[in-house]
Design a binder for this molecule. Structure first.
Ligand code: HEM
Length: 133
């Protein structure tokens, strides 16, 4: 491999490594399905079981948020993470459960270790905004 090619590979954004909008959507679909089965947090999502349109909206916003935050072309113009979770009083264990669902979903979808680690770092950075909002 020539140095030039190696440099180009390093320039690939996280958004591209996630597989763009389709890849992010697969992760969000898998993570939400996992949240529904996760004993620690399923009660947070249970009220939406009979609101498929609202679930679709939340998923779409989450995809847009991850796309913008990973270097995608479109800006995220939705609510801040603090505003989206305000009043829920999500604790650290619940947060870690949700983050674990996302990373296990990525593992199952066979994302490489570096890409999972990059998402893990972003999730850690969001924790103070989302917990006890
Ligand atoms: C892991 C990082 C997380 C991210 C990136 C994230 C992202 C989002 C986004 C973008 C929305 C949509 C807001 C909207 O439609 O305007 C949302 C809504 C929601 N999130 Fe999260 N979230 C995270 C963690 C959590 C956790 C840990 C819980 C609970 C255990 C949770 C529960 C919810 C619920 C119940 C809603 C729906 C709120 C509503 O109906 O307005 N989220 N989240």
């Amino acid at each position: 491999m020539t140095p030039h090619v190696a440099e180009d590979l390093n320039d690939v954004t996280l958004f591209e490594r996630l597989g763009g909008p389709a890849g992010i959507r697969r992760i969000v679909d898998g993570a939400v399905a996992a949240h529904m089965e996760n004993a620690l947090i399923c009660h947070r999502f249970a009220p939406y079981a009979d609101q498929p349109e609202r679930v679709e909206e939340i998923k779409a916003h989450t995809c847009d948020f991850f796309a913008a935050g990973s270097g995608g072309p479109d800006a995220y113009d939705g609510r801040s993470m603090r505003d989206a979770h305000r009043g829920m009083d999500i604790d650290a264990a619940e947060y870690d459960a949700a983050a674990g669902d996302i990373l296990r979903t990525m593992d199952a979808l066979r994302y490489d270790v570096e890409t999972c680690a990059a998402v893990g770092e972003i999730l850690q950075s969001l924790k103070p905004e989302i917990t006890h909002a």
